[in-house]
Write a protein that binds this ligand. Sequence first.
Ligand SMILES: Cc1cc2nc3c(=O)[nH]c(=O)nc-3n(C[C@H](O)[C@H](O)[C@H](O)COP(=O)(O)OP(=O)(O)OC[C@H]3O[C@@H](n4cnc5c(N)ncnc54)[C@H](O)[C@@H]3O)c2cc1C
Length: 458
Amino acid sequence: MPQRRIIIIGGVAAGPAAAAEARRSDADAEIILIDRGRDISYSACEMPIYIAGEVASDERLVRFDKQAFEERYGVEVRLETNVLSIDPESRHIVIEDERAGGQESMWYDALVLATGRRAYLPESLRTASHQVHMLRRLEDARLLRARIDAGPTGHLVIVGAGYVGLDAVEAFSRTGWRTTLLTSSGRVLKNGLDASMSRHVVSWLEDHKVSVRAERASGLDVAPDGRIRAVRTEEGERIGCDLVLVAAGTRPNTELAMAAGLKVGASGGIAVNVNLQTSEPAIWACGDLVEYTDAITGSSVMAPLALNAFRSGRVAGRNAARGGRGRAATMGAIVRAAAVSVTGLEIAHTGYSEESAKQSGLDAVGIDIRHRSASSNAPNKTLHVRLVAERGSRRILGAQLVGEEGAAQRANIVTALIRSGATVEDAYNVDYVYTPRLAPAHDALFVAARQLQKALDG
Ligand SMILES: Cc1cc2nc3c(=O)[nH]c(=O)nc-3n(C[C@H](O)[C@H](O)[C@H](O)COP(=O)(O)OP(=O)(O)OC[C@H]3O[C@@H](n4cnc5c(N)ncnc54)[C@H](O)[C@@H]3O)c2cc1C
């Protein structure tokens, strides 16, 4: 059989996972991994730890550099190489070497798209100022770390209160910076937390010297030398600062695929089948770029999370490399579950909030409880839990947990329950451990399930 050529575009999480799996599936194939950046195979999720100075060097975030990846997997890695276009009919791509310039056409037998997402920069916040940053790539993290290292500390305004915004609060607070979080809704993690749970987080942040302002950034005051003076808000305020981080969400890098005629789904990601094959038979897609099947509703959703990137990368890599041999790998439905830690608080959510469930047409009921992470006679911390179920079927739709300890791992229990289609009775009947120093006799999830049963029973 002639040697097949598999090209993978995107080198952070999904792309390297696809390349490694493609190599496992076809020992002889020529595999080429392309990225327009300078880095591959790094942990974007750990960038806040690096920015905070908790690891000595950015090398600690890089799992494999170009040379190590090439040697380990027998894959050719091309960095600083932009893929300009794809021609699915002739199975060619056009690339541009960003350093040397010049374009080249390359053929492929199979193509994997892992082009991920980019940080969204609202028009009103576009500026040439070197003191306005975003946080998506390792390059971004290097700039932020360099600013912290250069000193002195100052005031950082963060536009946006999603995960990246909260990660930035954590990183900068640890280095002595003052932080202000701007959130137009007045809420944090709006896609994951209902208003009641967001309030717990906001009050905790304010108690920990983070200013949370319910305002929308409308512009920037920049000095002629490029230094930032202030962030202006729609409410007419002018917030003086030394640095700005725009964390206003992300957008999928679908342009390349769309220009090649690939189908895009309703949620804006590339549409794929269970084998992660796109509407073009020789092209697979994975990671933050694609739509997944939601385990609760069966609908197509975006779920830009690291574990999904690794899992889907392996599926796409395997199927791109198998060339019709063996069994195709499949990507299962996903539950959107995430957690973050900020100024000593754990925040976790899984599945649907009551608000997002209702927006998706589900008849959702949610209850809040306040409980403890351990027995009252042992050292313990307050744990807020919100549990959400569907009224008719009584199946668990989601959970939100906020507390100093025990939030994230309890969210994992609920994720497993959601995956199995469990009802509120199943959540009540889980055999939660009890040992005074680690968990109370009635676990917070057990208490929440009981309260939710009562709410469903009217
Ligand atoms: C600060 C931060 C913290 C995070 N924390 C967590 C966390 O705690 N838990 C979690 O689950 N997830 C977290 N994430 C999300 C996680 O990092 C992403 O889900 C993951 O990186 C997605 O990987 P990906 O390979 O699909 O895409 P990306 O990481 O977006 O990588 C895509 C790559 O494709 C390249 N590319 C795009 N277009 C082209 C082109 N035309 N030519 C060549 N190259 C191209 C880009 O340069 C980029 O390097 C975090 C993200 C950030 C930014």
